[in-house]
Design a protein around this ligand. Structure first.
Ligand code: HEC
Ligand code: HEC
Length: 257
């Protein structure tokens, strides 16, 4: 081993074992920039990565992987993110999918945002960064999820249900009602596994449309909710709510009587 290589190795070992603050100080002190050390390690290219998405995704492969990873302990959030980023390939697949593991059960089991749309939205965000495209794709996926009978599996007697909003709580509980199954049953887990595949696949379809230049948002906020928003949302009389979920999935019309 040459001295030079030896020196490099030991510096790397030191960097790898030192704490975060110390690393920052050493990096600054030696003029070794983070990006060059990453390049050295065969790491990540400069962000943004949008241009690395240059060929159509295999939608059915994404669906298959979403379901598979769900059952391998990735749960809904990581399974969808992983299925998408793996199929997107380099450099997307270098981002540890564990980032989205917390999404399980609508966020550590809180049943808030469904992990399947959470993980897919994270992939959109990774691809398009802080742009309107990220928001439009995410909005379209959330809207589709809210209104589509899921799981999608055709030609089966499998119970399907419509969540009405992107919440795990509404999604799971409406499905329990439709299927007669319990929320902690194996059947419910199987159903959520299929959702991971279906939602990741839908996300892949949206991305393919975007790549082909023919992505046209189709989701419309339902009329009944728009009406509520006339008085309750931004720049309205009350401006005391925000959001795009259909109000009537949770509030019976409080102004009815
Ligand atoms: C024409 C305007 C208007 C529309 C349309 C409207 N609201 Fe309201 N809403 C109000 C006003 C005014 C109040 C009373 C606010 C207050 O007292 O602070 C209110 C109060 C509420 C409250 C609190 C209820 C309570 O008992 O205190 C809820 C919940 C609510 N609205 C939901 C909705 C939903 C859901 C819709 C659509 C289905 C809707 N609103 C449509 C004007 C409107
Ligand atoms: C996922 C369920 C959900 C959806 C969808 C939803 N809300 Fe609510 N909303 C709540 C909850 C929960 C509260 C808090 C109720 C409480 O603390 O008593 C609340 C509170 C409110 C309040 C204050 C109620 C009060 O008693 O003063 C208003 C007004 C309101 N929501 C309007 C809306 C409007 C308008 C929409 C649609 C744009 C909407 N909500 C969508 C669940 C929902």
């Amino acid at each position: 081993m040459t001295d030079k290589k030896n020196e490099k190795m030991s510096r790397r070992n030191f960097l790898a074992s030192a704490g975060g603050v110390a690393v920052g100080a050493i990096v600054a002190g030696t003029g070794l920039s983070l990006s060059s050390s990453e390049a050295e390690a065969g790491g990540l290219p400069e962000y943004p990565w949008t241009n690395y998405f240059d060929k159509k995704l295999d939608v059915e492969k994404v669906r298959e992987k979403g379901t598979k990873y769900y059952h391998e302990g990735n749960h809904c959030g990581e399974a969808t993110f992983r299925a998408l980023t793996e199929e997107l390939g380099h450099p997307f697949d270098k981002v540890p999918s564990q980032t989205m593991w917390f999404g399980a059960g609508g966020g550590a089991g809180w049943a808030t945002l469904c992990g399947t749309v959470n993980g897919s939205g994270a992939a959109f965000s990774l691809l398009y960064g802080r742009t309107g495209d990220t928001m439009k794709l995410t909005q379209e996926l959330f809207g589709w999820y809210s209104e589509t009978p899921l799981p999608r599996k055709e030609n089966s007697s499998q119970a399907k249900s419509v969540a009405g909003n992107p919440l795990c709580h509404a999604s799971v509980t409406n499905w329990c009602e439709a299927s007669g199954k319990k929320s902690f049953s194996q059947e419910r887990a199987d159903r959520c596994g299929r959702l991971a595949g279906d939602v990741a696949a839908k996300a892949a379809e949206l991305l393919n449309a975007k790549l082909a230049g023919n992505f046209v948002p189709a989701y419309e906020i339902p009329e009944e909710a728009k009406e509520c928003m006339n008085c309750h949302t931004k720049d309205s009389m009350l401006e005391n709510t925000r959001g795009k979920m259909n109000c009537t999935t949770c509030h019976d019309d409080p102004h009815d009587s």
